[in-house]
Design a protein around this ligand. Structure first.
Ligand code: 5AD
Length: 354
């Protein structure tokens, strides 16, 4: 095939993805690997326009509260894995969490995301009581949880207590890859089952994966996209893998900024209505990472509301940004940065609208 013919073809593929939301595996691979700058620009531009059409130039904000860095799991990539003895462990108290919510509410946040390692403390009855307290105090806010795997009954009780959304990345849709990233106690099937359970209960569900995690292959990324297509999650979070010095993956190469941005664009075209954050990992790998995510179709940012004193302890990877615009105190600066690229932060709850 001549160069020109090839060139035309990739533009056709991009148009097809834009119009029909789905293209073949081979075409997805081509989109992920092409070095044709014009085609990449076209992909990002179409994704940006898709988000603009759906959401206008509005970016939703979520207040992230990292409620505990205790974790009984030992995921090879994660800085707060159980086996990392260098981590200074903390749990926020009920009062601290409620005060984060109050501060967040005053700043205009209408979604609180409570995230934690898999910790027995912030689970079960204690967590249910916290959720119902927050639900009573802030009836106009969305409560998002990101607390890892649980039984369906536990998820149901948290939902009944007033939680609306749940984030649980599938991490990788290829079983053999999942097993290279996690110890044998963790199961690929169980992870998937959790996501199905959450959806069945009625949560707005968020999933996602790391880009460039060790042993990832191009084929696996295609599988990730296909898995998400089947799941049709309301929220999709992706970020580059970033190594952490005190994990078994200390020496592994970081994921790529460009590939992450390109995947955000593909996801936006596949899932026009989904809520796609410009993640902290993206903001960590490059100082303008989150802006680049937004310009490729992301429409959510999640500033950190956790107490300053504990923020450095929630280090999933080295150099995680923890003091600047990603934090609630930096909200004004974040607003400025977002304004500088033509967007505006809004405080609406920002539920998924089908
Ligand atoms: N690099 C990038 N992302 C990571 N996560 C955990 N460890 C890392 C890392 N080293 C992501 C996982 C998890 C989410 C909370 O953070 O995808 O689901």
């Amino acid at each position: 095939m001549s160069g020109i013919r090839m060139k035309e073809q990739i533009f056709d593929t991009i148009r097809h993805l834009d119009e029909n939301r789905i293209v073949s595996d081979e075409e997805l691979k081509e989109l992920l690997t092409t070095q044709n700058e014009k085609a990449i620009d076209e992909l990002l531009k179409r994704a940006r326009n898709k988000a603009l059409k759906q959401f206008g130039n509005k970016i939703f904000i979520r207040g992230l509260i990292e409620i505990s860095n205790y974790c009984w799991n030992d995921c090879f990539y994660c800085g707060i894995r159980h086996g990392n003895e260098k981590v200074e462990r903390y749990r926020l108290t009920r009062e601290e969490i409620l005060s984060c919510c109050e501060q967040g509410y005053q700043l205009g946040f209408r979604t609180f995301v409570m995230q934690s390692g898999e910790d027995s403390y912030w689970r079960g009855k204690r967590m249910e009581e916290l959720v119902s307290t927050i639900r009573r105090k802030y009836p106009d806010c969305a409560i998002t949880l990101s607390l890892g795997e649980m039984t369906k009954e536990m998820y149901q009780r948290l939902y009944d207590a007033g939680a609306n959304r749940y984030l649980l990345r599938h991490e990788t849709a290829e079983k053999s890859h999942y097993e290279k990233l996690h110890p044998k106690e963790l199961s690929f099937e169980q992870r998937r089952q959790c996501l199905l359970n959450l959806r069945e209960i009625g949560f707005q569900v968020g999933s996602g994966f790391m880009v460039g995690s060790p042993y990832q292959k191009l084929d696996y990324l295609i599988r990730d996209l296909r898995f998400l297509w089947e799941l049709q999650p309301h929220m999709i979070g992706i970020g580059p893998f970033l190594s952490h010095k005190d994990t078994p993956f200390a020496d592994k190469e970081n994921g790529s900024l460009e590939r992450t941005v390109r995947l955000i664009a593909i996801l936006r075209l596949m899932f026009p209505k989904s809520l796609i954050p410009a993640t902290t990992a993206l903001g960590t790998i490059a100082s303008d990472g989150r802006e680049r995510g937004i310009l490729a179709g992301a429409n959510v940012v999640m500033p950190n509301l956790s107490p300053q004193k504990d923020r450095k302890k929630y280090m999933l990877y080295d150099n995680k940004i923890a003091t600047g615009e990603e934090a609630a105190e930096g909200l004004e600066r974040l607003k400025e940065r977002i304004k500088a690229i033509g967007y505006e932060i809004i405080t609406a709850r920002g539920d998924f609208v089908s």
